[in-house]
Design a protein around this ligand. Structure first.
Ligand SMILES: *Cc1c(COP(=O)(O)O)cnc(C)c1O
Length: 352
């Protein structure tokens, strides 16, 4: 069975995160019973899924004697922000290589980028976002640090590798225990599939702890076939790290059709999902990851994929700082529907 006990782990988050029912969202969709796993509330620096991965990644880095962590992502990377905060908590230095740094809303001093500087990370920006350019920048930073007698440790994009994915094997056990305590039996679990480690960890973990439950990813970047292949490969590597048969898990399921014009480019359906979750349940989703993932779940519900009696868990992986960085997009989407009344002398602010 799955046993995480021997794995080095740094304590960073607050566990367990809440498991909450979403009756108003379920009613609004006229369908299945929806629940949410609040991994936006993982406790560190505005929260999110990367905290679970970083507990294992930084546990491994510390065991190796590392004193400086290097990682990479886009200008509004939640993973980079949480890596910076986690390093501060553990007394480590941190360099962030942020690629795709061109003019536009995502490179404004807002959201995650603001927080990266708040935590005092060394930020290296690259206009180019090709793998080659990023690899070269990472290698150069490793060489710089090593020359100065430092001991660098690289965490990959999104914290997704066999070690990081252990965080979501652990989350699977947490979900299984909470579901049992609540007396709820999930037919399906939905998660965002980005770099894929969260999905891979849940795929492996829930196959062990809740074998009747089907795990679904909604891709927010790669094509679904490529995304599923990546998740399968990572689930295998994670299984191997735990001494299990890497071939034993079934193929992962990734839904496509919700990316829109590209990674980090908001979609109308994503904005609609964000507004629905906010206005029915007071949840804060984001336009890059969780909004698109929920738009996928909503799309499948509207196509009649799940009977109204089914019970579905949506894993909220965080991302709220990324919403702040896309304020203009949200304002444009809301347009004239914003409910805003300026209090003028005489009108008493009475509703229209
Ligand atoms: C990174 C991230 C994801 C995707 O997780 P992966 O493990 O990279 O697939 C989903 N939601 C948010 C908010 C994230 O920051």
């Amino acid at each position: 069975m799955l046993n995480l006990a021997g794995q080095p782990r740094a304590r960073l988050g607050s566990w367990p995160t809440p498991l909450e029912e979403c009756p108003r969202l379920s009613a609004a969709l006229g369908g299945p019973h929806l629940w949410v796993k609040r991994d936006d509330l993982t406790g560190l620096a505005l929260g999110g899924n990367k905290v679970r991965k970083l507990e294992y990644l930084l546990g491994a880095a510390i065991r190796r004697g590392a004193d400086t962590i290097i990682t990479t992502g886009g200008p509004q990377s939640n993973h980079a922000r949480l890596t910076a905060a986690a390093c501060r908590r553990l007394g480590l230095d941190v360099t962030l290589v942020l690629s795709g740094f061109s003019e536009g809303p995502l490179t404004a001093f807002q959201g995650n980028l603001l927080l990266d500087h708040l935590f005092g990370a060394r930020v290296i920006t690259l206009e180019d976002d090709s793998d080659e350019a990023v690899e070269a920048a990472l290698a150069e930073e490793v060489a710089n640090l090593t020359r100065r007698g430092r001991r660098p440790y690289i965490i990959p994009l999104g914290g997704s590798n066999a070690v990081g994915n252990l965080g979501y094997v652990g989350a699977s056990l947490e979900i299984a225990a909470q579901a049992a305590a609540e007396g709820v039996d999930f037919d399906h679990v939905f998660v965002t599939t980005g770099s894929g480690g969260t999905h891979a960890g849940l795929h492996l973990g829930l196959a062990g702890y809740m074998p009747r439950t089907r795990v679904h990813g909604v891709t927010i970047s790669r094509e679904p076939v490529a995304s599923a292949a990546r998740v399968a490969a990572m689930a295998g590597e994670t299984a191997a790290l735990l001494g299990l048969d890497p071939e034993a898990t079934p193929p992962p399921l990734v839904h496509g059709g919700y990316v829109g014009d590209g990674y980090a480019v908001p979609t109308p359906a994503g904005w609609e999902a964000i507004l629905l979750a906010a206005r029915t349940e007071g949840l804060v989703l984001d336009p890059v990851y969780t909004g698109k993932a929920l738009s996928g779940l909503i799309g499948l519900i509207r196509e009649g994929t799940f009977p109204p009696t089914s019970t579905i868990l949506f894993v909220h992986t965080g991302g709220a700082p990324g919403l702040m960085a896309q304020a203009e997009g949200l304002r444009d989407h809301l347009g004239e529907s914003r409910r805003e009344t300026r209090l003028e002398p005489g009108n008493g602010g009475s509703p229209p």
